[in-house]
Unconditional design. Structure first.
Length: 227
């Protein structure tokens, strides 16, 4: 179990913590849905104040996940921007996350609608940023791309996988939504069919303490993988 290491009122994560058998119980792939409104209290703020909160939460969770030793982190920031302002918001989010990943030495893969997917699996930490994401659209595009690849045989799950947003990365073990809204919004619709879900129940912004609790909760679950 991951212990809480108290420091200045916050809790840390022991990256080296392992169960007695030596096999890590951390999620190999973590999915994160970050809302621009986040909590009921944040929803009362003007929109121009919610973007910094979304960005801060996104950067915090990505940093904590890398610190904990999670190898793949997929992040979907949901904003409430009007279409004319969305491009500027997404550029800001991309820029801030890129700076963090550079400091962590973790490659950043940005997936946007219609973009060719990355079919390569790799070792080490990878951060995937999903911009303008729609789960159903992702599956439709994957089917189209698989058909265009010239395969004559009936399509299988393995045929579609390289064309999905996460490519050949492992399917997410745990999906965290950093708000009280109990909906996955179609996030990684295909890949997360057997994922565990965790929703933030607090009234304040998602914190390091909640993140550590989410990992402990995941460790304690008896996963059935759809059985």
């Amino acid at each position: 179990m991951l212990p809480l290491l108290h420091s200045s009122g916050e809790c840390g994560l022991d990256r080296a913590a392992q169960p007695s058998g030596g096999r890590s119980t951390l999620p190999q792939h973590l999915g994160v849905v970050v809302d621009s409104w986040g909590t009921p209290l944040a929803g009362l703020l003007p929109r121009r104040f919610r973007l910094p909160r979304l960005t801060r939460t996104m950067l915090d969770v990505a940093g904590w996940a890398c610190e904990a030793g999670i190898s793949t982190i997929s992040i979907w920031p949901i904003t409430d921007d009007v279409p004319g302002e969305r491009a500027e918001t997404e550029e800001h989010i991309h820029r801030e996350l890129e700076v963090l990943c550079r400091s962590l030495g973790a490659p950043l893969l940005v997936c946007e609608p219609g973009q060719k997917r990355c079919p390569v699996s790799r070792r080490g930490v990878m951060v995937i940023l999903l911009l303008g994401y729609d789960g159903r659209q992702e599956v439709v595009l994957a089917i189209r791309q698989a058909l265009r690849s010239g395969q004559c045989k009936p399509l299988s799950e393995d045929d579609l996988r390289p064309h999905l947003a996460t490519g050949m990365q492992p399917e997410p073990d745990l999906v965290i939504r950093t708000s009280r809204i109990r909906s996955h919004e179609g996030f990684l619709l295909w890949q997360a069919v057997r994922s565990e879900f965790r929703f933030h129940e607090g009234l304040r912004r998602f914190s390091r303490r909640e993140f550590a609790a989410a990992l402990r909760d995941f460790e304690a679950r008896d996963r059935r993988f759809g059985a």
